[in-house]
Structures are given as C-alpha cells and as structure tokens.
Design a protein around this ligand. Structure first.
Ligand code: PBG
Length: 324
C-alpha cells in the first residue's frame, strides 16, 4: 500500500505513546470522600462498597496522613449521624460541636495543608432522608436554603476550606456566598454540585450514611438524566451566584455533560465518580470479569479527558498508588 498517513506511527511503543498522550492523571486531581463515624477505633466496611470504610475520627486522621503522603491534597467530608440526632430541620447539621465540625477542626489542625471540603445537604441529618425540610410531603426550597446557610457558616467557622452544597435547592449558592461575605468568611470557597442528576448510582452511598429517602425519590430537586440544557443552566447560574468550582455528578454516564460544561465555563470543573460507579467496578473485578486496576485508571483518565480537572473518587488512594 501507499499511504499518505499512518496513524499507527504514534502508537509504535510505550515511549512514543507517552510522548503524545494528551491526558495525564495525577494525585493532584483527586478529592477523597471520607465517611466519618462517632466513637473510637471504629472501622466499618460498607456492604455495597467492599474495600471502603466508615471510620471514627481517630482512624480518619491516620487515613488523612496516609493520603497526604501519597500526594493527595483534598478530602471531602461526610458524617453519619445517630438516629436520635435526626429531625426534620436537620438541626444537628449546624451544631458547633457536631461530628462534622469536630472533624473539620481536627483534620485542619493536624494537617493544615490538606484541603478540607465538606458536604452541605440535610439528608444525613433528616428523619426523612431528604436533602431538604419536608412540609406536607413536599421538600420545601426556601426554608431549606435557610438551614443550609446555617450549616455552611458552621463549617466555615470550624475551618473548612470549601463547602460543597450537594442539595440542588434553588438559590442556595447565592445565599451561601452572601452569608459567608457578611460573616467575614472571605476565604471559604464554594464547590457547587451544579449538575447533579437524580441517579440510581448513589445507592451504595446511602448505605454508607444510612441516608436513603424514607419516602419518594429526589426527582423534584435533582436533575432528570434525560437533560443537558438544564445542566448548563444550573451551572451558569451557580457561577453567577458565586461558585468557585462547579461539579457534574455522577461521572461515567455523564461524560458528554462534563465536556460541554468544560467548554462553556471559565471556572474549574469537577466530577464525582460516585459510589455506584465504584461498586460496579468492584463487583465485576471480584467476579474476575475485569482487571480492577486497569478499570480504575481508564475510568479516571476518561473523566479527566472529558474535561474534569478535579475528580472525587473512592478509588483515589488506589489510583495514587498505581500512579506512584
Ligand atoms: C447528599 C449526597 C449524596 C451523594 C453525595 N452527597 C447522595 C444523594 O444525593 O442522594 C452521593 C455520593 C455517592 O453516591 O458517591 N446529598
């Protein structure tokens, strides 16, 4: 054959392939979600997330140290709340001595360089397992935003670097930014879960925090996965309202959305490789049907290639080791 172009030249060997690789995954890209429990020396494996644990604060601190040594710069905190502390308003969410607030202080105190992000939503604190306050069977918006603002301020006061609202109420980013400014928290960032879809892939997470909705689903606040225009609208509004970083969630089934948002906005874009995505790889690997390590790196590289500069993933530690 006479060929003008031979594409395989650039795939000849590993050195050439690495020279022309467009996407490089590094531990700097990762945000590690941590599930924190009350007590001491508590380490509970999450049934639907084999190999992932909910840990008491003492063990969490050791985990954070290990992550930092692996080159990881950012953790995202979630706490499990005792049933007796749950109510409709989620009041425990802004208790200055709540588990979240104690955890933020302890981690920032021990590892000031570690960037601490905190999940802001009412579901782990709600008797209904919803991200908002429930009135007459409805998740009400404006009352919920008021509660979320209190929650945000208490995280900022405890020393969180970024608050990460995952609730999908309208107007919450603007309200939070306003409250942070008014109260002098001018260094606290906001990573908005902007395009958060109503997804079945959050199932294992709700096991981890015992936070599944007690009635109905989350479709009146989380987005319909059939839509993309809505994702752009939500994201642009969050930026206008004051978000520093925006997020698309889940990741693998939404790579088109990540790419479109990355092409559209002028702020860093993150993506959340969620619990169900972790569980799928784990399950197939356990059966011997896929190579887990290869699946981890391929998945995370694809998410970055799609346009996410930051990736929240339960596989961060494994990936950092594999990349090391
Ligand atoms: C809480 C929240 C959820 C997740 C992150 N923050 C659950 C939900 O919205 O139902 C899911 C994370 C995951 O599945 O890994 N609002």
């Amino acid at each position: 054959m006479y060929l003008q172009r031979r594409n395989r030249i650039l795939r000849t060997n590993a050195s050439i392939r690495s020279l022309v690789a467009e996407t490089q995954l590094t531990p700097n890209d990762f945000i590690v979600p941590l599930f924190i429990d009350e007590g001491e020396n508590v380490r509970t494996e999450i049934t639907s997330m084999p190999g992932y644990f909910r840990m008491s604060l003492d063990l969490t601190l050791r985990e954070v140290e290990e992550l930092y040594k692996l080159g990881i710069k950012c953790v995202l905190l979630f706490v499990k709340t005792f049933d007796e502390l749950k109510d409709n308003e989620g009041k425990e969410a802004w208790n200055p001595d709540g588990l979240m607030q104690r955890s933020i202080r302890a981690i920032k105190n021990a590892f000031p360089e570690m960037v601490v992000m905190t999940d802001v939503a009412l579901d782990p604190y709600s008797i209904y397992g919803h991200d908002g306050i429930v009135i007459d069977g409805e998740i009400v918006n404006d009352e919920t935003v008021e509660a979320l603002v209190k929650m945000s301020l208490s995280h900022a006061q405890a020393g969180a670097d970024f608050i990460a609202p995952s609730d999908m109420m309208d107007g919450r980013i603007g309200a939070m930014r306003h409250a942070l400014e008014q109260n002098g928290y001018i260094k606290t960032g906001i990573m908005a879960y902007s395009a958060k879809y109503a997804s079945c892939f959050y199932g294992p997470f709700r096991d981890a925090l015992d936070s599944a909705p007690g009635f109905g689903d989350k479709k009146t606040y989380q987005m319909n996965y059939a839509n993309r225009l809505e994702a752009i609208k939500e994201t642009l509004m969050d930026i206008e309202e004051g978000a520093d970083i925006v997020m698309v969630k889940p990741a693998m089934a939404y790579l088109d959305i990540i790419r479109e948002i990355a092409n559209t906005v002028n702020v860093p874009v993150s993506a959340y490789h969620v619990s169900g995505e972790y569980a799928m790889i784990k399950a197939a690997a356990k059966m011997g049907w896929i190579d887990e390590n290869k699946a981890i790196i391929e998945s995370l590289t694809s998410i970055k290639r799609a346009g996410a500069g930051l990736i929240a993933t339960y596989y961060a530690k494994d990936a950092a080791k594999l990349l090391g």
